[in-house]
Write a protein that binds this ligand. Sequence first.
Ligand SMILES: [Ca+2]
Ligand SMILES: [Ca+2]
Length: 269
Amino acid sequence: MKLKSAKGMLALAAATAAFLVLRAHAQTSPFTFGYEGNYLPQNPLTVPQWAKVLDSDETGPNTSESATNGVLTVYTANKSDYLEYRMDGGAGMNWNPTGAGSTVEVRLKTDFNAASASWAGNLVIGTGSRAWTFGIGTNYISNYGGGGDLVMATNDKFHTYRFTIGNETGGPLALYVDGASTPAKVWSGTAGTTNRLGFGDTTTSSEGGQIQWDYLRWTNNGRFAPEAVPAKSGEVAFCCRIYCPPQPTSRDFARTASGANRPLFVQRR
Ligand SMILES: [Ca+2]
Ligand SMILES: [Ca+2]
C-alpha cells in the first residue's frame, strides 16, 4: 500500500480513525471485578468485599495491613505468620469459573522477604478443579504445588502480572508480565477443589515479608492475554503528520506516552 497524494492520505486517515474507534473499543478492560487498594479488602466500602479469614497476630506487631493512596501493604514478620484475604468462588459469587476461561491481573511490588523466607507473600488462584498457589518473592515467583520458578526482580518497581487460564479444569495457566504479548511462564497447576482468589500471606511455612498491592482485577468471562502491538514483522509504522510525532517509537504503534491512542498507519515494505 503506497500513499500517493494528500487526498489519498486523508482518505486513509479517515479509514484509520474508524479503525481506531473499533480498536479503542477492543482495548477496553476485560475485567469484571477489581480491588483497587482504596480500603482494606474486608472493609464494607470495598466492592466486592473480601473476607479476611486468617491473621496470626491480629493485634500486631507480627502482622499488619494498611491501605494508603490506593495501595494495600501487607506485612508478616515471620514465616510462621499469615494474613489472608479470600474471594470465595461458586455460582452467584463474584469469582465463578464456569468454563469460559478466567483472567486475573495484579499489580504489585515486593518490599522484602522476611528473614529466612523465600517469598514475601502469596497469590492463590483456584477454579474449583485446578489450583495454583504462588509464592511471590523479591527475585522470583514460584508455584508451590506444581513447581517451577519465574526468575525476575519483583522489588525494583511495580510490575503488572496477568494470569490467564483457558482450560479451568486442566490448566495450564500463563503469566504475562508488564503487558508483554508472550507469556513469561506457564504453569500446569494441580488438581484441587479450592475455588477462590486469595492473597496476602497464606501459609505458615514458607513466606513472610511485605508486599504492596496496587490492584487485583479479574474476570471469568474468558482468557484475555495482553493485546499484541499491531505492527508485524516486515511492516513499519507510517505516520500521518496531522497526528503523530516525527519520530514514532514502537510504543506509538498503540498509544502515546500520555496513554491516548493515536492514529497510525502500517505500511508494508
Ligand atoms: Ca507465612
Ligand atoms: Ca490501587
